[in-house]
Design a protein around this ligand. Structure first.
Ligand code: URA
Length: 239
């Protein structure tokens, strides 16, 4: 369960205004905790144990936020970067105040499904190497992808001198000078998809993640758009 937090932080995190706005509300005596007016901004309360009200409204507290983003090219999957624009900068202030972070990384030029949350436990569940959460990518590749490549990926390919990838499922959609494929992997090594194709002498020219675990990218989200996950989707992610 959550620990005690400052009342002004709780209220601003729940969208009742900036810290400054909230402090004004507290000063005006309209905030109560378990029926008592609180005028001290730094008063600490466990929002799960106490009833917080602003005037007549009961504050519905939540600790975590879960966001599905259709990541566009050109943004880095981190919370801070001195040079590049981060995916966090795509979010509205009302989500940024939760301090979300990307669960797993996509390269700067990779598009598609990225989950942002401040739930460290969920992140651990998804990213832990022994959980083997499937990740499916739509990939465009220079050159003809062949049935042999399907077998090689099933078998595992060396992306480092002494590292062979785990069995991966390659599905050829179309193949010509440029091939279009879906690839499902169960690991998350750095540049894994690009390096797997390099291992079979091919070059990835477009990469988009379309699925994580049982959760698919919402096709209604344009690049750079995002929405909160619903309860069912959060459960799907943890499966
Ligand atoms: N594999 C890659 O090569 N890049 C990504 O962004 C994700 C998987």
């Amino acid at each position: 369960m959550s620990k005690k937090e400052r009342i002004d932080k709780i209220l601003s995190n729940m969208g009742y205004g900036s810290r400054k706005d909230v402090k004004k509300k507290i000063k005006n005596g309209i905030v109560t905790v378990d029926g008592k007016i609180i005028k001290n901004n730094s008063f600490k309360v466990n929002p799960y144990d106490s009833k917080i009200k602003i005037g007549r409204n009961v504050v519905k507290y939540r600790e975590y936020v879960y966001i599905m983003l259709n990541k566009p090219d050109g943004f880095v999957s981190s919370t801070y970067d001195p040079i590049n624009t981060t995916v966090i900068e795509l979010l509205d202030e009302k989500y940024k105040i939760f301090d979300p972070f990307p669960i797993g990384r996509l390269d700067k030029d990779t598009e598609g499904l990225l989950i942002l949350s401040n739930d460290g436990k969920l992140a651990h569940n998804i990213l832990s190497p022994n959980k083997h959460v499937d990740k499916t990518y739509y990939v465009e590749v220079k050159g003809k992808v062949t049935k042999e490549d399907i077998l090689k990926f099933k078998e595992g390919v060396y992306i480092e001198e002494d590292y062979k990838t785990k069995p991966a499922d390659l599905e050829i959609l179309t193949t010509d000078d440029i091939s279009k494929v879906n690839l499902t992997i169960r690991e998350g090594k750095f540049h894994q998809v690009k390096r797997m194709f390099k291992a079979v002498d091919k070059e990835v020219i477009y990469l988009k993640r379309v699925k994580m675990g049982k959760l698919c990218l919402d096709e209604d989200l344009n690049l750079g758009e995002y929405r909160e996950l619903n309860k069912k989707e959060i459960e799907l992610l943890s499966k």
